[in-house]
Design a protein around this ligand. Structure first.
Ligand code: GSH
Length: 285
């Protein structure tokens, strides 16, 4: 069996990069790894380098996958493309029938950082809001030179402005409540959609990958007690099943980052939004 040459540009602490790595390990595809130091987390700002912006991704974000000489961008599309390839494992992340694909498309759309969806309006875009505690800590540690570099070079105006605001002021406490509604509704919708066992649609698929990564980020930011609430029995079991997949270790745990900063961002492992979110779930379920 032969597969095309795959080169993945990715970052350890990047939700969408985690999704693509998990998909690669699920499929059993070999890939060359190009780890990137992102501008909001490291002085190096490798996603703003001339080479990356000119030759890999003019919008300055990861993940990007090179399939032979073709450059493929956007994690959701990358995973669809990966699913067409044959790896060592006999698994399909997308069903064949159009009706099932349509249903899956909706779940994928809601569970990742989909372009055009305003931040905090879906589960996938709520997760970055709850990551702001950490991101703001990291942005504040950057040198003035690094923030000036972001100002000059970041191609995405809204991101650039957010990083600059975080550097000079603070947005983390104000932003959280913007995402309460989407997170609570998504968790309840998921609890209602899940079965007693198996995955979202029975067989493991692309949406399960996205949810695995969203849930892991919730654990990173100390919101995972939500996933263990007795009011959410199907999510409890589902999260355990997701963590037991080998791809969870290979695609996520084996690429750690910012553990010290996370510990410092959440002293005593407490996320200030946790109890509010739990109360809202209990009220609405
Ligand atoms: N819709 C894109 C979103 C990609 C994205 O936002 N990537 C983040 C990391 S998860 C990034 O590269 N951030 C760096 C920056 O904006 O400077 C995808 O699914 O690939």
């Amino acid at each position: 069996m032969s597969q095309p040459k795959l080169i993945l540009y990715h970052a350890n602490f990047s939700l969408c990069s985690q999704m693509v790595r998990v998909a690669l390990f699920e499929k059993g595809l070999e890939f060359e790894s190009v780890p990137m130091k992102l501008c909001d987390q490291y002085e190096e700002a490798e996603n703003l380098s001339k080479n990356f912006l000119e030759n890999i991704n003019p919008t300055g974000v990861v993940p990007v996958l090179k399939i032979d000489n073709e450059i493929v961008r956007d994690s959701a599309y990358i995973i669809e493309r990966l699913d067409e390839l044959e790896g060592k494992n006999n698994i399909n992340l997308w069903p064949a029938e159009e009706e099932a694909r349509e249903k899956l498309r909706k779940w994928v759309y809601d569970t990742t950082i989909t372009e055009g969806v305003p931040l905090g309006k879906s589960l996938g875009t709520a997760i970055p809001i709850f990551s702001l505690d950490l991101i703001e800590t990291l942005v504040k540690k950057l040198s003035f030179k690094a923030i000036w570099n972001i100002f000059r070079k970041h191609p995405r105006r809204e991101r650039k402005m957010t990083f600059i605001l975080m550097y000079f002021f603070s947005i983390k406490n104000k932003a959280g409540p913007m995402a309460y509604k989407a997170l609570v509704e998504a968790i309840i919708e998921l609890e209602n959609a899940l079965r007693e066992d198996g995955y979202l649609d029975g067989e493991f698929n692309h949406a399960d990958i996205n949810l695995m990564c969203c849930f892991y980020r919730m654990a990173d930011v100390r919101l995972d007690p939500i996933l263990m609430m007795p009011e959410l029995p199907k999510i409890n079991g589902y999260w355990i099943r997701l963590k037991n997949r080998p791809s969870f270790k290979k695609g996520i745990l084996d690429f750690p980052d910012h553990e010290d900063a996370l510990n410092k961002s959440f002293p005593d492992n407490i996320n200030p939004h946790l109890n509010i979110l739990k109360d809202k779930i209990k009220e609405q379920i």
